[in-house]
Design a protein around this ligand. Structure first.
Ligand SMILES: Cc1ncc(C[n+]2csc(CCOP(=O)(O)OP(=O)(O)O)c2C)c(N)n1
Length: 514
C-alpha cells in the first residue's frame, strides 16, 4: 500500500466520505487510490472555487468534513476565496493540497510555490507530510482538527513522493473530544442579566440556530422577554413552520444601529458583537448601542445548546416554548416578475426539508421574508462576503443531503464567479433548483457607490457596475453544461417553472429576468 492509499483509507475510516477534487499530475496517486478504497465519493469540479465551496456546503449540512483535492499552490489559490467563506462559517474541511515531491523542490520547477504560506491564511491547521509512512496519521490528525467546534479548515499538504512511496498501512482514527460545557457561574450570571428588567437581546450563531437550540432559546425568550437575534449572514439557520423564529440583524450599519437601539443587554451565544460589514465615512463600524452591556453565554467552541438549556432551567422556564412559527403560505403571484413575486412563489412552493442557499444579494430580501413562514427548511448564508459561494455550496449541500431539495438563489454577477458548478450539478445529477436573478447589474455596488461618498459615478465608473452588455444568456450557459433551463419574464412563468422543478428530481436553472 502506498501513502496515498493509506491516507484515503484513514480518511474513510474517520468518516470522510466525499472528495471534491480538481487534480493534477502531483495528485495522481491519490486519484488512483480512490479506485482501491471503498467509501469515498469523488466529485469532480471544474474550478477550485467550486471544489472549496462544495466542501463548505457539505460541511455545513453533513456536520462533518469532506476532503478536497487541490493542485499545488495555484489550485489552492484558485480555491482560496471559498475557503475564506468556509472559515467564516466554521465549516469543517480536510483540505488536501498536492505538491511537488520533496526532492523536486530544489529545482524550482514552474509549479513550485509557497503552499504553506498560502494555506496558513485560510486554515486553522496546516501540516506538510514528510513521509509516506506517517501520511495516514497526518490524515487522522487533519480530520480531528477539522472536526473541532466550530469546524475548521485543516490543510494537509501532500508532496507527491509521500503519496507514491510505500506506507505501513492506514492509521487509527482519533476520537473527537466532547464539547466544552459552559460553567454554572456563567449560566447564573446570564440568568441574572436577563432577570434584571433591562431590555435584552440574545444573539445566536452556530448550533444554537438549529431546531433543538432554537427551542431552548425560545424557552429563555418567553421566560424573560428577551429578543432572539441572528447575524445577517448565518452559516446555517433552521427556520419556517414549527420552528422558533429569530430576527435577522440588517445589513447596513445605520440599519443595525436603529435595529439595536434601546437594547441595554446583549447576550452572545456562539456569536460575536455585531459590526458593520464595511466602513463608511461618518458612519459607525461598532453597532452595539452605547451603554449596552455584552455578556457571553457561550463562546463559539462551547456547547451552546447545552448552555441555552441550562439557562432555561435556571430561569424556571416552561418545558417547551409556546410560540413557534405557524405555516402561512402566500398566494401564488401573478403579473410582474420581481423579487416580491419570486419570493412569494418560492415560499408557497418550497418543499418541507428544503435547503435554501442565499446569494441573491439585492434580490434576497423578499424571498427571505416570505419564506419565514414556509415549510420548515435550512437556510445557508454568505458568511465571508466573498461572492461566488452559492452555486458551489449548493453542490456540496446536495451531496451531503441527497434526499432534500436544494434551492440556490443567486445574483447574476456572483453566479459568473463559479458558474462551472452547474456542470458538476448535471454530472452528479444533483437535486438542485438554481434561481438566477438576472438584473444585468452589480446592483449592490450601485448603492454602495453613493454610500461611500464616491459620488454618482460617471460613464466609466458606472460601466464597472453594469454587466448587461453583452447580455449573459444563463439558459445557454446552463444547457451548455447539461442543466435543464428556463427563462421567466412573468410571475406566472416563474410559478410554472419553479413548480415543475420542485416536482421533478435533478438540476434545474431558472433565469429570472428582472
Ligand atoms: C470575491 C469578491 N469580489 C468582488 C466582490 C464585490 N462585490 C460585492 S457584490 C458584487 C456584485 C454582486 O452582483 P450580483 O450577484 O449580480 O448581485 P446584485 O448586487 O446585482 O443584487 C461584487 C462584485 C465581492 N464581494 N467578492
Amino acid at each position: 500500500m502506498n501513502g496515498a492509499e493509506s491516507l484515503v483509507r484513514t480518511l474513510v475510516a474517520s468518516g470522510v466520505e466525499a472528495c471534491f477534487a480538481n487534480p493534477g499530475t502531483s495528485e495522481m496517486h491519490f486519484v488512483a487510490a480512490l479506485d482501491r478504497v471503498e467509501g469515498m465519493r469523488p466529485v469532480l469540479c471544474l474550478f477550485e472555487g467550486v471544489v472549496t465551496g462544495a466542501a463548505d456546503g457539505y460541511g455545513r449540512m453533513a456536520g462533518k468534513p469532506a476532503c478536497t483535492l487541490l493542485h499545488l499552490g495555484p489550485g489552492l489559490g484558485n480555491g482560496w476565496a471559498n475557503l475564506h467563506n468556509a472559515r467564516r462559517a466554521g465549516s469543517p474541511i480536510v483540505n488536501v493540497v498536492g505538491d511537488h515531491a520533496r526532492f523536486h523542490v530544489q529545482y524550482d520547477a514552474p509549479l513550485t510555490s509557497d503552499v504553506v504560506a498560502l494555506a496558513r491564511t485560510c486554515s486553522a491547521w496546516v501540516h506538510v507530510s514528510t513521509n509516506a509512512k506517517s501520511v495516514a496519521a497526518d490524515g487522522a490528525r487533519a480530520v480531528l482538527a477539522a472536526r473541532s467546534t466550530p469546524g475548521q479548515i485543516a490543510t494537509l499538504v501532500l508532496p507527491a513522493d509521500t503519496a507514491w512511496d510505500e506506507a505501513d498501512g492506514d492509521a487509527a482514527t482519533l476520537p473527537v473530544p466532547a464539547l466544552p460545557q459552559v460553567t454554572g457561574e456563567t449560566v447564573d450570571l446570564v440568568a441574572r442579566v436577563l432577570r434584571s428588567g433591562r431590555r435584552s437581546a440574545i444573539l445566536i450563531r452556530g448550533a444554537g440556530l438549529m431546531e433543538a437550540g432554537l427551542a431552548q432559546a425560545g424557552r429563555v425568550a418567553e421566560a424573560t422577554g428577551a429578543a432572539l437575534l441572528c447575524d445577517t449572514f448565518v452559516p446555517r439557520l433552521q427556520r419556517g413552520a414549527g420552528r422558533v423564529e429569530v430576527s435577522r440583524i440588517p445589513y447596513f450599519a445605520e440599519q443595525i444601529v436603529e435595529f439595536l437601539d434601546g437594547y441595554e443587554e446583549l447576550v452572545l451565544v456562539g456569536a460575536q458583537p455585531p459590526v458593520a460589514f464595511f466602513a463608511y465615512p461618518g458612519k459607525p463600524s461598532w453597532c452595539v448601542p452605547e451603554g449596552c452591556r455584552i455578556t457571553y453565554l457561550a463562546q463559539p467552541h462551547e456547547d451552546s445548546v447545552g448552555a441555552l438549556q441550562a439557562l432555561a432551567e435556571a430561569l424556571g422556564a416552561a418545558e417547551q416554548p409556546k410560540k413557534r412559527t405557524a405555516l402561512r403560505l402566500p398566494d401564488l403571484p401573478t403579473g410582474a416578475l420581481n423579487q416580491v413575486s419570486v419570493g412569494m412563489a418560492i415560499a408557497a412552493l418550497l418543499p418541507e426539508g428544503a435547503v435554501v442557499i442565499d446569494e441573491a444579494a439585492t434580490s434576497g430580501l423578499a424571498p427571505f421574508g416570505f419564506t419565514s413562514t414556509a415549510e420548515p427548511h435550512d437556510y445557508l448564508g454568505l458568511t465571508g462576503g466573498s461572492i461566488g459561494f452559492g452555486l458551489p455550496v449548493a453542490v456540496g449541500a446536495a451531496v451531503a443531503c441527497p434526499d432534500r431539495k436544494i434551492v440556490c438563489l443567486h445574483g447574476d454577477g456572483g453566479a459568473m464567479y463559479t458558474v462551472q458548478a452547474l456542470w458538476t450539478m448535471a454530472r452528479e445529477d444533483l437535486d438542485i433548483i438554481t434561481v438566477i436573478f438576472a438584473n444585468r447589474s452589480y446592483a449592490i455596488l450601485n448603492i454602495e457607490l453613493a454610500r461611500v461618498g464616491a459620488g454618482n459615478g460617471g460613464p466609466k465608473a458606472l460601466s464597472m457596475l453594469d454587466i448587461g452588455d453583452p447580455t449573459l444568456d444563463f439558459c445557454k450557459l446552463a444547457e451548455g453544461m447539461g442543466v435543464a433551463a428556463s427563462r421567466a419574464t412573468t410571475a406566472e412563468e416563474f410559478v410554472a417553472a419553479f413548480g415543475e422543478a420542485v416536482r421533478e428530481r435533478g438540476p434545474w436553472m431558472i433565469e429570472v429576468v428582472l
